[in-house]
Each structure stands twice: as structure tokens, then as C-alpha cells.
Design a protein around this ligand. Sequence first.
Ligand code: HEM
Length: 142
Amino acid sequence: MISGYAVFPALNAALNAASAVLLVSAHGMIKRGRILLHRRLMLSALATSSLFLLSYLYYHAHVGSVRFSGRGWSRPVYFSILISHTILAAAILPLVMVTLSHAFRARFPAHRRIARWTYPLWLYVSVTGVVIYFMLYHLFAT
Ligand code: HEM
């Protein structure tokens, strides 16, 4: 790997991990009726996920794709996680926009209905982002 870019995978994984922690905290807050904290934590999760996306695109635009060098059982596991992660990541963007738009217009029943999809899918994408990082750069790195 080109050394100047070596920090990016760990940075990206940290941003994904931060999003996951913020999402779980935001969910915990709304369950306790703390609307303002729920709002702040969700907007922070949006900030860390957006930073991740920018950093991810910048890194891969410069370094290209990174091959998975695991063998045997690790390959179907890795690619199942990667494919589900990628498909759901694309779905997250419009889902988050619609969920936020309902919240900002105070349409809370509609917000809640769609958020029940947005929240677990976004969490899955953030957590699998960290799993992919460890599999690709640590557990099965050559
Ligand atoms: C994309 C970001 C957001 C996500 C993923 C999200 C997620 C959720 C989820 C999953 C629930 C339902 C919790 C449950 O009952 O199980 C919920 C409820 C709620 N959210 Fe959000 N939220 C987001 C942003 C916001 C924002 C910016 C506000 C602004 C005030 C907000 C206000 C509320 C309120 C008031 C409820 C309670 C609705 C009700 O019980 O009728 N949310 N949210």
C-alpha cells in the first residue's frame, strides 16, 4: 500500500465504529423519551457516516480496490458480508434522507415507521464496515 494513504483504512473503520456507537446511543435516548439528545446523536451519526463516505471515496479513488487474500471458508464469509454491506449502504442514503425529512417536518408517526427500517439497516452497515476492515487489513492480510 502507498504509505501516505496507510492511515485511511483505520480512520474509516473508526468513523464507522463511531457511527455505530452514536446510533445505538441515539436509539437508547428516544426509548427514554429524550428527544433532543436523540436528535443530536442521530445528527452526529449522520456527520460521522458522511465523513466516512468522503474519506472512503477519496481513499479508493487514489489507491484503487484492495484484494481480499483470505483462503477457504473465509472467502464466502467475507464476500457475503461485503455484498450485503454494499447493497444496504446504497439503500441507506435515501432512507436516511426520508427519515430525517419526516423528523424535521415534525411528522413523527411517519418518521417512526420508516426509522424502524433505517435504524437497524444503518447499524448493520456501520458494524459490517468495521468487520470488513478487520478481515481485510488484519485477520487475513498477507
Ligand atoms: C436519520 C436519523 C434518525 C433515525 C435513524 C431515527 C430513528 C428513530 C427510531 C428508530 C425511532 C423509533 C424508536 C422506537 O419507538 O422504537 C425514532 C423515534 C423518534 N424520533 Fe428519530 N431518528 C432520526 C432522527 C431524528 C431527528 C432529527 C429527530 C428530531 C427531533 C427525531 C425525533 C424522533 C421522535 C420525536 C421520535 C418518537 C416518535 C414517536 O414515538 O411517535 N429523530 N427515531
